[in-house]
Write a protein that binds this ligand. Structure first.
Ligand SMILES: [Cu+2]
Length: 175
């Protein structure tokens, strides 16, 4: 059997499958019209159970993923903080390219134009801290870097055509 014949056979099988679904649906509508109150009763019974299921599922997912929440694992140091101004603008971040290790840092994050986000990723690509960057407003984000290495800042809020490329790298410690 040639390749074309094989394709034709596959097409006919799939088309036959889809066609038979249409036939089954068409035949299933040939029954007498059902009493609406009875149909409602059944529908609403399913709906309340479904609502309960979705609520419980989301609650379980929320509790199970809580330990992965970046803020809980954030260890902050004591002592005086180094204040680091960060200006977000289309499409970059203006900030230092090197920061100290194990020192309390407070990023003072603002924006020069539109709303951005300031998200710090470690070298494994894990988000370790984030805050909004808003025009005419300063958000303070406290971070103490526990590992030296290369970090990447990414914008996490759509801010224009260059949003996906809006990144800034910085290093921490003796790196
Ligand atoms: Cu953006």
């Amino acid at each position: 059997m040639g390749a074309t014949s094989k394709l034709l056979l596959i097409f006919l099988l799939l088309a036959g499958g889809v066609g038979s679904v249409f036939v089954v649906v068409a035949l299933s509508t040939r029954q007498p019209i059902e009493d609406q109150t009875e149909m409602h009763r059944r529908g609403y019974a399913v709906r309340s159970k479904w609502f309960l299921f979705v609520t419980l599922f989301l609650l379980a997912a929320f509790v199970a993923t809580l330990p992965f929440f970046p803020y809980l694992s954030r260890v902050t140091a004591q002592g005086p903080a180094l204040r680091v101004p960060v200006i977000a603008q289309q499409f970059t971040f203006i900030m230092p390219s090197h920061l100290p290790l194990k020192q309390r840092i407070i990023f003072e994050v603002t924006s020069r134009d539109v709303n951005h986000n300031f998200g710090i990723y470690n070298s494994k690509g894990e988000l370790i801290a984030q805050t909004q960057a808003m025009p005419d407003y300063v958000n303070n984000l406290e971070v103490t870097f526990q590992k030296s290495g290369r970090y990447t800042v990414r914008c996490l809020e759509y801010c224009g055509v260059g949003h996906a490329l809006m990144e800034k790298e910085f290093t921490v410690g003796g790196y």
